[in-house]
Design a binder for this molecule. Sequence first.
Ligand code: NAP
Ligand code: HSE
Length: 432
Amino acid sequence: MRSTQEIKVGLLGLGVVGGGVAATLLGQGDALSRKIGRRLVLEKILVRDPAKARPADVPAALITTNPEEILADPQIQVVVEVMGGAQPANRYLQDALSAGKHVVTANKEVMAKHGPELLALAQQRRVHLLFEASVGGGIPIVGCLTNQLLANDIRSVRSIINGTTNYILTRMAHQHTDFPVALKEAQERGYAEADPTNDVEGIDASYKLSVLAYLAFHQRVPPENIYREGISRLQAQDFRYAQELGYAIKSLAIATLEGGAIQARVYPALVPLDNMLAKVDGVYNAVEVDGNLCGRVLFHGRGAGREPTTSAVVGDLVEIARRMDGAGPLPPVAALERPWPIRPIGDLRSRYYLRLTVADRPGVLAQIAHILGERLISIAAVVQKDTNLAEQTAELVITTHSAQEASVQQALREMTGLSVVRRVNNLIRIEE
Ligand code: NAP
Ligand code: HSE
């Protein structure tokens, strides 16, 4: 006889995260049911490849390749989506919510691209859609922005939310290696995928930032409106010079609400060595939220991997199990009558680090300083670094005071046209 305390769960995906969720539900069912007063019963698991070897502790009878065995089964009350990708995940989530099932997802791409519509559907169907694992792995940032920090007007979210890039940048800083070497090592250690584009080009971080900005500002900030730069242009000497200037280089995902507009960006930046974000190393993630009531709050932890992500997914399942009977709070839906405009990157004001290879002869610095001066870009410091006697070139590192991005980009174009400027090696923003 089936206990009335049972909650039947359908799992879409049995990979890194799905394997962890299945192992927890199957192996720790008793402990979990003692904690929450209900039993989470794993009823079916959807996979793509029926021939693939599966963990020994997962009964073969649970596995299916037919999504309808989960989505159309009236006994299944909660669907956990850990497949990844926008489709068919979005369609399955819509079907599950439309059928009145609660949903937990770890999928940042689906939440960034379709989250507001899915949350509206969940609200309409009076079911829960929770997505803690979609950002920051085991860090409970989604729940905190949704609930505990809700009373705040959030001013900014500054974060390191891609563990793969943070690992690569940490290796480049500490081992003085170039990007391709650090990337290869990240792939060998299983952090970076064979095709690392999503991580190293900031796409993964832009999806996660889109989710965070939605929760922080109660308004959709689509990934395509998030300015994005990857980390592949960084070279070993950028880390050396940054260190000498008192900075670390981190790939930051930042969303701010200032002067009546939102700005969202993902790019490598110089961060003062005494800033907490500069100390976040390896595959770790961190999210700093600045709210008008709470001030600055920093979350730090493991942003990916089977165990931390399982912690977040099962946490969402527990929350649903606890809320199921009562009216419970409905999922957050952006409700601003007049949404904030989203500022283009050209409007950003920032300090800059610029590294150029120039002809090593008199008058060169004057030409560069003239271009910067014409664009109202004030130089903070200039250092001449390595010289190449054979080529008769020198490397110049210039830092600026706060300037407007559009002016800096224009100045760069003009500098590129100077015969004495051999290469613009890098332009990196300085986040104080
Ligand atoms: P994964 O290891 O690639 O596993 C994906 C699973 O989904 C596999 O079992 C695969 O089936 C199944 N699947 C994929 N497409 C399918 C389809 N069309 N039909 C049926 N089954 C399908 O992925 P993962 O690393 O576990 O990530 C899952 C989700 O969690 C993603 O949204 C990811 O962004 C998110 N996430 C991952 C981590 C992490 O550390 N890995 C951290 C936070 C969030 P087969 O086994 O048959 O191939
Ligand atoms: N690829 C992601 C990262 C993990 O490196 O942070 C999943 O969110």
